[in-house]
Design a protein around this ligand. Structure first.
Ligand SMILES: Nc1ncnc2c1ncn2[C@@H]1O[C@H](COP(=O)(O)OP(=O)(O)OP(=O)(O)O)[C@@H](O)[C@H]1O
Ligand SMILES: C[C@H](N)[C@H](N)CCCCCC(=O)O
Ligand SMILES: [Mg+2]
Length: 240
């Protein structure tokens, strides 16, 4: 893998299911509103569904498409689409697919040559494996993008956030900022948890996304609506 520098962000999270897709979509909208030609990208997705027209889709990729202003068939946003929603390296092994970082970087580089900015949604948490030798941290490092950490606000997130920051620093990545995503309205001491993170994460705080109002919540096997992405975008700022 070769190192390269380009505009955009790598969005990682404290875990899987913490709101990386919501934040990625919101940031793409914000960049596009600023006139920056931006597209979403995901190194690998695990989990597909079949829509009403019989097309096999992945909900993260469909959200990134909506945010990027692309139709379903326009432009590949992901080199590896696996059907089963589980740890990608295991699903890949079971399907005799090699998740190759070089292929991921080639597709990413193709997008960076066409767009001003590429927002890369990571897979699960920061160090999810790709294969026996490589993990998503290696991919983030090779892309050389500033990283944004999405903290899914739930019990345990303080430790997960601080561990993730240590891992990013040990890989010489720039932490461009972090977002607190309110996964549940009922988290006890939400404000105190956020303050604890503000005191310990030495990177800009980009905002708190509230729990989505009921009409904006995502349905299973469907992307986020543009309204949900706009709502999230209204609560976070782009790193300076
Ligand atoms: N602010 C929020 N309010 C309400 N629900 C939310 C919020 N953020 C995320 N969720 C819910 O949490 C789930 C996971 O969110 P999302 O798919 O964005 O996470 P992810 O980190 O991208 O997951 P993955 O690791 O699968 O890519 C979704 O069902 C979504 O509806
Ligand atoms: C299928 C899921 N939604 C994610 N795309 C993949 C999460 C992998 C997590 C692996 C792990 O850390 O145990
Ligand atoms: Mg996602």
């Amino acid at each position: 893998m070769t190192l390269r520098t380009s505009a955009g962000f790598f969005i990682t999270g404290t875990d899987t299911e913490v709101g990386k897709t919501l934040v990625s979509g919101a940031l793409i909208l914000k960049l596009r509103e600023d006139g920056i030609r931006t597209i979403g990208f995901k190194p690998v997705v695990a989990g597909t569904y079949v829509d009403a027209s019989g097309q096999k889709l992945n909900e993260d990729l469909e959200t990134l498409r909506i945010a990027s202003g692309l139709n379903t068939r326009e432009q590949s946003l992901c080199p590896f689409v696996l059907d089963v929603a589980a740890a990608p390296h295991i699903v890949a092994q079971q399907n005799k697919v090699h998740l190759d970082a070089t292929r991921i970087l080639d597709e990413f580089n193709t997008l960076t040559s066409v767009f001003d900015s590429v927002v890369v949604e990571g897979v699960g948490g920061f160090l999810v494996p790709l294969n026996e030798q490589e993990d998503l941290g290696d991919v983030a490092q090779a892309m050389d993008l500033p990283v944004i950490l999405v903290v899914g606000m739930r019990l345990g997130c303080i430790n997960h956030a601080l561990l993730t920051c240590e891992a990013m620093v040990s890989r010489q990545l720039t932490i461009a900022g972090w977002v607190a995503n309110t996964l549940s309205e009922e988290m006890p001491s939400l404000a105190e948890n956020i303050q604890t993170l503000k005191d310990r994460i030495f990177a800009p705080f980009l905002g708190i996304i509230p729990n989505l109002p009921p009409h904006l919540q995502k349905s299973e096997n469907a992307p986020y609506s543009i309204e949900a992405l706009r709502f999230a975008a209204g609560h976070i700022k782009l790193p300076e």
